[in-house]
Write a protein that binds this ligand. Sequence first.
Ligand SMILES: [Zn+2]
Ligand SMILES: [Zn+2]
Length: 278
Amino acid sequence: MSIEVVLLGTGNPLPDPNRAGAATLVRAGDHTYLFDAGRAVCMRMAAAGTLPLMLDAVILTHLHSDHICDLGDVVTTQWVMGPQPKTLPILGPTGTRAVVDGLMAMLALDVGYRRAHHADLDWDPPLDVREIGRGVVLDDGTVRIIAAASDHRPVEPTLAYRIEHDGDAVVIAGDSVPCPGLDELCAGAGMYVQTVLRDDLVRRVPAQRFVDTIDYHSTVEQAAQTAERAGVHTLVLTHQIPSPMAGSEAEWLGIATRAFRGRVLFGEDLMRVTTESA
Ligand SMILES: [Zn+2]
Ligand SMILES: [Zn+2]
């Protein structure tokens, strides 16, 4: 049984008509996990054939807005569609509890309206928020998820994840420069999904706020170097910065293949990749 990855959103923080915000679905065995919950995540989940009620957990890489801005939609939709209470685990780095507390404060009026209107909906969204660090964060005997520190400073702490199932392994990395945590997780993995930036293009943008983003993301070349060091089979480029021009995919792939001998995929929304095909 392979692990299936669906890129729900490959966009960066700037709105893009064709790319939703950061979010990746991982299906392993009977389990479905959502990594990050950026813009339009529920729309893309519906397109991928998954509803929030079907999630076993939401797992956050970090608390930048482009990775969590639609978490409220996931929570609300999971709650209102449930025939009975079903706990939704939300795992993330330190700070996740404060974010979810704030989110629930924002949703309090809505929760009240709906509970008052629907006699059979007599519970609040049942969440299990867990602030996690490095190490095994989930293990049910068939799927194991291991976290390690990524490096997206000054955003701290941030986490990347390795999902293991039936001899296969997939790494989901949020925004990060190359670091020992990524190397550790990626070692021998079948697939490595990395958010990436083209520094050659970003440097040309006459806006310092944009240029600032270079120092805390992996460039395409750096992601490829991490993949090569770790001996992964397939590197998937996602959350591309800047938003790629139509027809430029080969250019992005060409930069990666100069540093990585494995397979490289240029992420598009709703692309599915399995470790079998990887
Ligand atoms: Zn991001
Ligand atoms: Zn970020």
